[in-house]
Design a binder for this molecule. Structure first.
Ligand SMILES: *Cc1c(COP(=O)(O)O)cnc(C)c1O
Length: 396
């Protein structure tokens, strides 16, 4: 027997990540779900809703992860797994009707911004970008504007934003979006459902790059969407079937395996991030820092109200050093590290560091000297010793 609904509802998230999505508790059943490698399924007669049909429609290997993620986000329905976070973004944006208005944070994940901008350039949608931390500006962007007096069809939320770590008042902007007739999609990649549950703060759809914390080992690329609305879920599922952004069974299995330790990883990396942020803030080579856990951070009070912890992403701007611009000093810092891995991405067990503007797609409003740190689960004193020796090479 798998977990009854009653049991599942009363379990803490720390237990759900371990217990959800197991095979039936019957003699000689495996304790982990198997990987199903099949592109098709036996069947005759008309295909019904319960039928698997074909490998692009469904795969039993997706189900345990989708069930677990739905439970973790507090959704009434299982999630939907995708080939990548951006395949999930594509499916979510397909909910906007032709010519509809999308309101998006000006510092959303760069891939989401590029996709939305390209749809707007082709005239498929209208895009309004805003500072998501400015609730008044979000309200204005949602309201009817232009010759056709169009209100928004969708509000996109990221909080904290990638990489500027802006914090939205999530419940307030979700309420404003609904009042304007828009649906709300929240990219919850940075927080994970253990830290923030957007559906409970009024969002209609939650998005994850499963590549990051959920899978957690920097070894797969996957995405997911979660909603409690059956009509929205049906539309998203149809999009996944027809556009084909499906997950490979092996990747889906790895994601569930990674999810089993999510609570431990989140707890450790959040704790370490708090320690490191405090020390980084006091180092002379650090010009400025954003981390919502610092009580001096502009997003601190909001983050404290809507998150359980503050995540484990820190952004610093590196001060110009003797003869070096801030950007060059940032590059020097990254190269001087021996333990931190200089690489893009985030949310793995290993600590990663990157100067974001090395990507040409990163918005120009992200400072050249901004370095994003994704704190992993190594010993915090080892992480600090490595950072300190590298920062000390900059003088300051
Ligand atoms: C990485 C990331 C994505 C894109 O996900 P992929 O799995 O790389 O396609 C979307 N949103 C955020 C916040 C991300 O960090």
């Amino acid at each position: 027997m798998s977990l009854s609904e009653h049991q599942a509802a009363s379990l803490t998230p720390e237990t759900v990540v371990v217990a959800a999505g197991r095979p039936p508790r019957e003699r000689d059943q495996p304790v982990n779900p198997p990987i199903t490698l099949s592109s098709t399924y036996f069947g005759t007669g008309p295909l019904g809703d319960g039928d698997r049909g074909y490998g692009r429609y469904s795969n039993p290997t997706w189900d345990p992860f989708e069930e677990a993620l739905g439970q973790l986000e507090g959704a009434a329905l299982p999630g939907l797994l995708y080939a990548s976070g951006l395949a999930a973004v594509s499916s979510a944006l397909s909910l906007i009707p032709a010519g509809g208005v999308l309101v998006m944070p000006n510092h959303s994940y760069s891939g989401s911004l590029v996709m939305a901008s390209e749809l707007a350039q082709k005239g498929f949608i209208e895009l309004r970008t805003v500072d998501i931390a400015d609730t008044g500006a979000v309200q204005d962007a949602l309201a009817p504007q232009g010759p056709a007096a169009k209100a928004a069809s969708m509000l996109w939320l990221e909080s904290p934003t990638n990489p500027m770590l802006g914090i939205a008042d999530m419940a307030a902007v979700a309420e404003a979006a609904h009042a304007a007739g828009a649906i709300v999609v929240t990219d919850n990649t940075f927080s994970t459902p253990l830290v923030q549950q957007p559906l409970l703060l009024g969002s209609d759809v939650v998005l994850h790059s499963v590549t990051k914390y959920l899978a957690g080992h920097s070894d797969v690329v996957l995405g997911a969407l979660v909603t409690s609305n059956p009509d929205i879920r049906a539309e998203l599922l149809h999009h996944r079937i027809i556009h084909g952004g499906i997950a490979g069974p092996f990747e889906a299995w790895l994601a569930l395996r990674g999810l089993r330790t999510l609570a431990l990883r989140v707890e450790r990396s959040q704790e370490s991030a708090m320690v490191l942020a405090g020390r980084l803030a006091g180092h002379p080579a650090v010009e400025s820092i954003r981390f919502p856990g610092l009580d001096t951070d502009p997003g601190h009070i909001r983050a404290k109200a809507q998150m359980k912890g503050f995540g484990s992403i820190i952004c610093i701007q590196v001060a110009p050093a003797a003869g070096l611009s801030g950007a060059d000093a940032a590059d020097k810092l990254v190269r001087a590290l021996g333990l931190w891995l200089p690489a893009t991405s985030l949310g793995g067990v290993e600590s990663l560091i990157e100067r974001r503007r090395r990507h040409s797609a990163e918005p120009a409003s992200v400072p050249e000297n901004l370095v994003r740190l994704s704190v992993g689960v190594e010993g915090v004193e080892d992480l600090w010793a490595d950072l300190k020796q590298a920062l000390d090479t900059l003088g300051g």
